[in-house]
Design a protein around this ligand. Structure first.
Ligand SMILES: Nc1ncnc2c1ncn2[C@@H]1O[C@H](COP(=O)(O)OP(=O)(O)OP(=O)(O)O)[C@@H](O)[C@H]1O
Length: 226
């Protein structure tokens, strides 16, 4: 569960990233976050990931209260979420298998567990046959599926996807969102930032629109535009 209570974020130069935001996202929801450039979407995600700290208000994420979070709690918080970026961020010198396994090695997961879980998630994203390929041998859509497998391998309660379809063609974009949709159906919360209204219209999910650091609309308003 994610809960923002009167959350504001003011950057050191005085710019408001978010202004008095109140919103709650329950476990198991699929939420699109929509907004123009500079609206505050990244700030919203960065606060949830604890990459930036709230200036005022309360923010609870997966049971962690982030305002006074101790440094030693940060890795635990991060393990409760899987993150997918627009630019994939795979390690170019590692093959597909190792890119995914790496997420488990850094958390000291036993070797036997790694051998079991990596093929499982690669199969889930339809890329088990590319396990030995290097990232530069894959299409953009395939690279994003590897990134998704890497995000999933720690069995997070929450997946944060920051414009995951921004660098891939429309057909592949649908495939990625369909995958996120299936992952959501088995219980994982999905928070996906996008600019693509067309993509949002295809799915019947909650839509939070941010504008000028505030929540402009939440849920059904976008449907009126159909
Ligand atoms: N580190 C920072 N220092 C100062 N101001 C910042 C910083 N990061 C973001 N901002 C400002 O905060 C506001 C919200 O920015 P944010 O990056 O959250 O927008 P966004 O919706 O993610 O935009 P985009 O779609 O372009 O990534 C903007 O006015 C931006 O200029």
């Amino acid at each position: 569960m994610i809960e923002f209570k009167n959350v504001s974020k003011v950057y050191p130069n005085g710019t408001y990233g978010l202004k008095d935001v109140n919103v709650r996202i329950d476990d198991g929801e699929f939420v699109f976050v929509l907004g123009a450039s500079g609206a505050g979407k990244s700030t919203f995600l960065k606060l949830i990931m604890h990459e930036e700290k709230v200036t005022s208000g309360e923010l609870v994420v997966n049971g962690f209260s982030l305002a006074g979070l101790k440094q030693r709690e940060v890795p635990k918080l991060r393990r409760s979420m899987g993150i997918v970026f627009q630019d994939f961020r795979l390690i170019p010198s590692m093959n597909v298998y190792d890119n995914v396994a790496f997420a488990l090695r850094v958390t000291d997961t036993p070797y036997r567990e790694i051998r079991k879980r990596v093929p499982f998630v690669l199969d889930l994203v339809g890329l088990i046959h590319k396990a030995k390929n290097m990232p530069n041998e894959l299409s953009g859509g395939e690279q994003q599926r590897v990134a998704l497998a890497r995000a999933l391998v720690n069995k997070p309660a929450l997946i944060i996807a920051d414009e995951p379809t921004g660098n891939i063609d429309p057909e592949m974009s649908m495939e990625i969102v369909d995958m996120l949709d299936s992952i959501n159906k088995v219980g994982t919360t999905i928070l996906m930032v996008t600019h693509e209204h067309e993509l949002i219209r295809r799915y019947d999910h909650r839509v939070i629109t941010i504008e000028g650091g505030s929540i402009l609309s939440d849920r059904p308003d976008w449907r009126d535009a159909r």
